[in-house]
Design a protein around this ligand. Structure first.
Ligand SMILES: [Zn+2]
Length: 480
């Protein structure tokens, strides 16, 4: 970035709450149902119907507020955000305006330069989702109202971010918290998490905000980061060429990696917000708030720190393992079986994550139970099998989720630790490879690797590598 300028970024994040039913009616929120099957007179906006607020939505919103250091309002109200759009049958969106349920929170992120950034959250409010217009089925536009009335929370940050990296980290942490709380699946590709970025630039040292553009349509975390960087560069180019930034909404095109104007940006007064007359104010007293607070799980940041102190894991391991609650749970189940904390971490960060990535599955769908992975690590640590054998039987364990001890026994893979048996194998190898023995004796000690390889081959990987190393050295040195 041109060093004269600094970027000012704020994010508006919509998270779809994973309640069973919609926010103001009893319709199912199930994804993938036949079009317009999860609807009723309330979410279709028929005249005269009355909405009833889903209590779970309030509890989820409060949970998110507590997890992001927000103040929970004792009294919050709904408002109508008026606009006409075919997928919003009521003609307004029921949202919250001047009295949102949560206010004044913050998150902390650490950028790659080691700097900590305190990023304020302006508000979190509850609202309903709109339906879906489908433009790619023939020449007409179709409307599916299944999503109409699905509960959302909108999390609005202050314009505190100064780089795309900060925005990326903030968003990543929000997603982590949402999934830890188990109130949103956090899937950006499927739209259950959506992020719009407000971006402006100004000369460094200036305190006034520049004119902002809103960037939409970013469907992955990486794309949010890319789009913000593209937009910052675009604005700097305009200003450097003597132009002015205009307030507008831009759409990110992930294929072209560029932004394109959509419409001039509305101001909030364009929506003619007014108080929702059909819904009572939401009153949250200390008792209810404390009750909700009791269900707060250990949050990612805290869990990460505990992994470092309690299990003596490197910061990096702890970060990866706590990236999702389910992965962290899996790890803790593995170390319930084995107390080899670091090996458990290595197996998960190596073999397990590799499979998850290749098969594009989540840890909750991982076929190998944590218990059996723990047992496998124990088999290595108590010298029943070598690390190599463990890696060899891992694919079979993935297929069958069989107790590794059983597989080892059935396939006769128990490690050879018997000294005389190993010595026998080693003697033969030494006898048959005299040229390498001479190399070793003339000082080329690295040739020991060749011998280890031969012994492992001869023993079909069952020889204990540590014992092989020691015995080989001893026997070779005896030839001196
Ligand atoms: Zn309904």
């Amino acid at each position: 970035m041109n060093s004269k300028y600094e970027a000012v970024i704020g994010l508006e994040v919509h998270a779809q709450l994973s309640t069973e039913s919609k926010i103001f009616c009893g319709c199912s929120t199930k994804f993938g149902s036949a079009p317009n099957s999860n609807v009723c007179p309330i979410c279709l906006g028929h005249p005269g119907v009355l909405p009833v607020l889903n209590k779970k939505v309030v509890e989820y919103a409060v949970l998110m507020g507590l997890a992001t250091n927000c103040k929970i309002r004792e009294r919050s109200t709904f408002a109508r955000k008026n606009y006409f759009y075919p997928d919003s049958p009521k003609g307004w969106q029921t949202s919250q305006f001047d009295e949102p349920i949560c206010e004044n929170g913050f998150l902390e992120v650490t950028t790659s330069d080691g700097e900590k950034h305190h990023l304020r959250i302006n508000r979190i409010h509850m609202e309903e989702d709109a339906g879906k217009s489908i433009h790619d089925k023939g020449s007409e536009t179709l409307v599916d109202l299944n999503r109409t009335g699905v509960p959302l929370i909108e999390i609005v940050s202050e314009p505190d971010m100064r780089s795309a990296e900060e925005a990326y980290l903030y968003l990543t942490q929000l997603k982590q918290i949402l999934t830890y709380l188990d109130i949103c699946d956090g899937n950006m590709e499927e739209g259950s998490l959506r992020c719009d970025a407000n971006v402006s630039i100004r000369l460094k040292g200036e305190t006034e905000l520049g004119t902002k553009a809103e960037v939409k349509n970013m469907n992955s975390f990486k794309n949010v980061e890319k789009a913000i960087n593209v937009e910052i560069a675009r604005q700097i180019d305009i200003v450097e060429d003597g132009g002015r930034i205009i307030q507008q909404t831009l759409l990110w095109d992930a294929d072209l990696e560029d932004v394109f104007p959509m419409r001039s940006k509305e101001e909030s007064h364009d929506y003619r917000y007014f108080p929702e007359p059909d819904l009572m104010p939401v009153l949250i007293n200390d008792g209810w708030r404390n009750e909700i607070a009791k269900s707060l799980p250990e949050l990612p940041e805290k869990r990460k720190n505990r992994f470092v102190t309690e299990f003596k894991l490197p910061e990096y391991d702890a970060e990866v393992l706590t990236s999702s609650r389910q992965l962290a749970d899996y790890y803790e189940k593995v170390i319930f079986v084995t107390s080899d904390y670091k090996s458990a971490s290595n197996w998960i960060m190596g073999e397990v994550l590799k499979v998850l990535k290749e098969d594009k599955i989540d840890i909750t769908d991982f076929p190998l139970s944590a218990e059996n992975l723990g047992k496998l690590i124990e088999l290595i640590n108590n010298n029943t099998i070598s690390g190599q054998i463990a890696k060899d039987i891992f694919p079979e364990m993935l297929k069958t989720n069989e107790d590794p001890a059983k597989i080892v026994k059935e396939k006769n893979l128990v490690q050879i630790t018997d000294i005389s048996e190993l010595e026998g194998i080693i003697n033969t190898i030494i006898l048959n490879n005299q040229a390498q023995v001479q190399q070793y004796l003339s000082g080329k000690e690295s040739v020991i690797g060749f011998f280890v390889g031969q012994v492992m081959k001869a023993s079909q990987g069952k020889a204990n590598p540590k014992a092989v190393n020691e015995l080989l050295k001893k026997q070779l040195d005896e030839q001196k």
